[in-house]
Structure formats: C-alpha cells, structure tokens
Design a protein around this ligand. Structure first.
Ligand SMILES: Nc1nc2c([nH]c(=O)n2[C@H]2C[C@H](O)[C@@H](COP(=O)(O)OP(=O)(O)OP(=O)(O)O)O2)c(=O)[nH]1
Ligand SMILES: [Mg+2]
Length: 138
C-alpha cells in the first residue's frame, strides 16, 4: 500500500566526467544511505530549477563551477523511508579542482570499474547507463 506520508525528494545529481573517470563522494555514515559512494548533488530548494540546484550543490559541496552540463536521465526510486526523484546530469566541463568542502572523501574512478563500488540502492541504472554509453559494456 502506498505510504502517502512518505516524503518525496527531488534531488539534482552530477555525473562529473573527466578522461573516462567519474568523481564520487562518500556519504557520511549518519546520512540516509550512509557510507555509500554518491554522485555529488542534493535536494532542490522550493521553486528551484534542477540545473540551478545542480550548480549550487556542486559549488557548495566541491567548490567547482559547472560550465557545461546535459541532462542524462531521471530516476524515481522508493526507499522504505522516503521516495526520491533523481535528476541526473552529465557534467562535462567545470572550473576549479573539486575537493570535499564538507570533509567528505572524494575520488576519481574509472567508468569501467564503477560497478565494483557500493552506491545508494537507487543508483544501479545510472552505473549501467554510464558503462553502456562510455565503455560499450552491456
Ligand atoms: N547526492 C546524491 N543523492 C543520492 C544519490 N543516490 C540516491 O539515492 N540519493 C539520495 C540519497 C538521499 O536520500 C537524497 C539526497 O539527499 P541529501 O539529504 O543527501 O541531499 P543534500 O545534499 O541536499 O543534503 P543536506 O544538505 O540536506 O545534508 O538522494 C546520489 O548518487 N547522489
Ligand atoms: Mg548532497
């Protein structure tokens, strides 16, 4: 049965690509889906466009300025405690060198190796799409 009280979060997510690698950040243990590797991003503010939220979050979390991005896919996923709508963007150009502004570990990972890491449960289709699109993997 649908849980009508369950919050529904609209989240802007950046797949930041440089030379066949993607930048990942480790979610804090205390966060929802903690201790898993995420594509950096965060919740849209009231009335905010997804692209703006993406740019704001990547500035806040990584101290980079996005200069080129394209929508990749949208993904709805029901966690037991919340639903999310992930608005996923490819970030193909940016200014600044990304680092974890909030102390979160970050790493560049080969797209071909992405499936070896632990992501939030919603993320599997993103990893599959990236490997398909950039590595020709089925
Ligand atoms: N950033 C990000 N969030 C993801 C991914 N996959 C996934 O299921 N999520 C979920 C986890 C959270 O429920 C939600 C993001 O919410 P959040 O609370 O971390 O967002 P935020 O950055 O605005 O955090 P905060 O300022 O409220 O601390 O989206 C992903 O790859 N990246
Ligand atoms: Mg975030």
């Amino acid at each position: 049965m649908a849980n009508l009280a369950k919050p529904q979060l609209h989240v802007a997510v950046g797949v930041i690509i440089r030379q066949q690698q993607v930048l990942l950040a480790l979610r804090h243990a205390k966060q929802h889906q903690g201790d898993k590797w995420e594509f950096p991003g965060g919740k849209l503010e009231q009335g905010e466009a997804a692209e703006n939220a993406l740019k704001r979050e990547l500035r806040e979390e990584l101290a980079i300025s996005v200069t080129a991005c394209q929508p990749l896919m949208q993904l709805a996923y029901d966690y037991p405690e919340r639903s999310v709508l992930l608005d996923i963007w490819l970030v193909s150009a940016f200014e600044g060198e990304p680092h974890g502004v909030e102390g979160q570990p970050v790493q560049w990972v080969d797209i071909a190796s992405l499936h070896q890491l632990t992501f939030p449960d919603a993320n599997q289709p993103i990893v599959a799409r990236l490997q398909q699109q950039f590595c020709g993997l089925a």
